[in-house]
Design a protein around this ligand. Structure first.
Ligand SMILES: [Zn+2]
Length: 428
């Protein structure tokens, strides 16, 4: 019986994997995300590993014999988009007490669904910052093995938190003796937690430095980890070759995280001038998830969010958007991160319009989700631009994203590593 099952599984696996082959994509227009220039009639040629060999005018492209390029001559091509703050294993419906009924295996399966939605929306790379039970590690590995359709993933595993902090689980009374798996208090316990998280497969460390919106019994503005703890976490993670992302809404925690040498500040809601100056001085990326405020206020109660969470969002949402604009105008480095999972996966691109509404030019919002995001990930040589040596992660849209950034909300073509995932532009 077991043998039969294994044989059937092997067969299903073989049919589900698309083996890479050399290929080419002909783009009617191609946005060079570094220069901001839109180039006409370009050809992207890639090898059998899905790595770009050449990008240049279609008329002079040298194609391997017998190769027919994918015809996107009516569309605009861009590099695959990057979201540096997702929770693929979480659904927006599983908030507050409803979250307690979701098992770790169920979260993993949710991740399979959301990975597919995210990739098909044009996000070919994500950084997943917080998941239970190392479900994100399993999802990343399943995607890399070709078992699951999804974006390239960097994953953090369970986020580090103080006892009772934003990334602890504070829903149950004391007799349940429950705490989240990432809880660690004190510099040495936090170092041990960093080591353990990396042991089980994390690519980076996520730490909850301040209080948050969707947690019980805390305030976004209050510090949680001390500077000493954050320094220990950053030093330990960096020593082991990993970057650190810090959840920080509060003014003090943002500055503590930057001073500790943490690589990106997530949410950044209450950042002040000193925090912006520090981020610029240290080269710290700021990640402002400025779309999901609308979702939390409109849908949060239905989605099971606690009443206190909605009250907290009412206080902080607009300030976060104003501070995004201020940080952008001050010249801080900004990477595109949405907190998808708080709102539905696949809607990630809706944040582009918010970023332009609050001051950015469309090109700058696109750069936040391509070259800047790739830089934060440490993957600049591989993703975030359509250049020789990069993965052939290509998306295409109808229309001009520099004129209307909302065209990114309806991506028509997605290729990951030379394999077509979605194509609504195929010749009819
Ligand atoms: Zn998050």
């Amino acid at each position: 019986m077991r043998k039969v099952l294994l044989a059937a599984m092997a067969c299903a696996l073989l049919t589900s994997i698309t083996f890479a082959a050399p290929g080419a994509v002909r783009c009617g227009r191609l946005l060079d995300v570094r220069s901001g220039r839109t180039l006409d009639d370009q050809m992207v040629v890639f090898d059998d590993q899905g790595v770009i060999l050449t990008v240049g005018p279609a008329a002079s492209a040298k194609l391997p014999a017998g190769l027919t390029p994918v015809d996107l001559s009516a569309a605009t091509c861009l590099p695959g988009l990057i979201d540096v703050h997702t929770h693929l294993t979480a659904n927006p419906t599983d908030n507050g007490y409803a979250s307690l009924g979701v098992s770790v295996p169920r979260e993993a399966i949710t991740g399979v669904k959301n990975a597919r939605l995210t990739l098909r929306a044009g996000f070919t790379t994500v950084r997943n910052v917080g998941a239970s039970g190392f479900t994100d590690v399993a999802l990343r590995d399943g995607i890399n093995a070709g078992d699951v359709e999804g974006p390239r993933m960097l994953v953090s595993g369970p986020p580090l938190s103080i006892t009772g902090g934003h990334c602890d689980n504070n829903l149950l009374p004391s007799e349940f003796h429950y705490k989240a798996e990432g809880v660690a208090d004190g510099p040495w316990a936090a170092r041990a937690k960093v080591r353990e998280t990396i042991k089980y497969g994390a690519d980076l460390i996520k730490v909850c430095a301040s209080g948050g919106v969707l947690s019980k019994g805390d305030q976004p503005g209050t510090p949680q980890y001390t500077l000493e703890e954050l320094q220990a976490i950053a030093e330990e993670a960096h020593k082991l070759g990993r970057k650190v992302a810090a959840h920080a809404h509060g003014t003090q925690s943002i500055k503590d995280a930057i001073r500790a040498g943490i690589d990106s500040v997530e949410h950044s809601s209450l950042i002040d001038d000193e925090g912006i100056a520090l981020a610029k001085q240290r080269g710290t990326y700021l990640v402002f998830d400025i779309y999901n405020d609308d979702f939390i206020l409109q849908e949060g109660a239905k989605a099971g969010m606690l009443a206190e969470s909605i009250e907290k969002e009412k206080k902080i949402g607009r300030l976060q958007r104003e501070n995004f604009r201020h940080a952008y105008q001050s010249g801080a480095k900004i990477a595109f991160g949405t907190d998808a999972g708080v709102y539905p996966h696949g809607d990630n691109a809706r944040q582009f319009a918010k970023m332009t509404e609050w001051g950015m030019k469309p090109l700058e919002a696109i750069q936040a989700a391509t070259v800047n995001a790739a830089d934060l990930l440490g993957w600049s040589a591989n993703v975030g631009a359509l250049e020789t040596g990069h993965y052939a992660d290509i998306i295409a849209v109808s229309g001009d994203p520099l004129a209307d950034v909302r065209v990114l909300e309806s991506v028509k073509f997605v290729m990951k590593g030379g394999t077509v995932v979605r194509n609504e532009l195929a010749a009819k």
